[in-house]
Design a binder for this molecule. Structure first.
Ligand code: FMN
Length: 227
């Protein structure tokens, strides 16, 4: 009979440095067969422009997203993505009745951290994060700033108390990664680990010192073909 109900992960991209983390998370969600609802804050347009050279436009989001993810072509692999402009408070995920699985804020600015912790809902990204918390759905906040001031530290503790996973964009070096892409994928992989989405973005620790570095050398990496 009918098709299965679409249950997306909402990916909120705010205007912190670290747009490659968002690209890696979106690619891996789609590779895992997950649907994605994408929100890009106004400030994130500046970081995307700065870090990729791409002007991200609401009206041309699919072409711009394909360029960002490197999937341009007749089959851009983006059928599973739905895009909501950051000023659209009438967007589906603005309501708790919308069947989202949860939300990943990648990367998260200190402003987004504050807005979510205090329930400001100043844009759609913050509104959906508040909805995610009130509905007791998983919320991962991948904060990117250094050093952190006292008020951000307080907001992060508040987010933790409200049930969010505070996951700093803090790559680990134990997985054998050495290139920027591998270190980005490590953080993206930890984001997906937090919500139990399978991936092969990094080599897991198996209890043997140096093993991941040796496997990375010998195996030619763990990414799916074409990645
Ligand atoms: C190029 C660039 C890089 C930035 N990097 C960061 C950052 O790493 N972390 C952060 O908290 N804010 C950063 N900002 C500042 C935020 O974009 C700014 O505080 C903005 O108001 C956040 O809005 P948003 O949370 O709605 O995206 C950066 C801004 C620019 C233009």
């Amino acid at each position: 009979m009918g098709t299965a109900k679409r249950q997306p992960w909402v990916v909120g991209v705010s205007g912190a440095s670290g747009t490659p983390y968002a690209a890696s998370v979106i690619r891996a969600l789609l590779a895992a067969g997950e649907a994605v609802d994408l929100i890009v804050s106004r400030a994130a347009r500046l970081t995307i422009l700065d870090e990729t050279g791409i002007s991200f436009r609401d009206a041309h989001w699919r072409a711009d997203l394909a360029a960002w993810l490197g999937t341009e072509g007749p089959d851009d692999g983006l059928d599973g993505v739905r895009y909501w402009p950051a000023g659209d408070f009438a967007a589906g995920p603005s309501s708790g009745s919308y069947p989202a699985k949860g939300m990943l804020v990648v990367p998260a600015t200190t402003g987004a951290v504050a807005g979510i912790a205090l329930g400001l809902s100043k844009d759609l990204l913050q509104r959906v994060a508040s909805v995610t918390l009130k509905e007791r759905r998983p919320l991962v906040v991948c904060v990117r700033e250094t050093p952190l001031n006292g008020v951000t530290l307080k907001h992060l503790v508040e987010l933790d108390a409200q049930g969010a996973v505070v996951l700093p964009a803090s790559p680990g070096f134990y997985a054998g990664g050495s290139t920027a892409r591998e270190l980005v994928d490590f953080v993206a992989g930890r984001v997906l680990d937090a919500v139990d989405v399978p991936h092969s973005l990094y080599l897991r620790w198996e209890g043997e010192l140096g093993a991941a570095a040796r496997r990375a050398d010998g195996s030619g990496g763990v990414r799916p073909e074409g990645e």
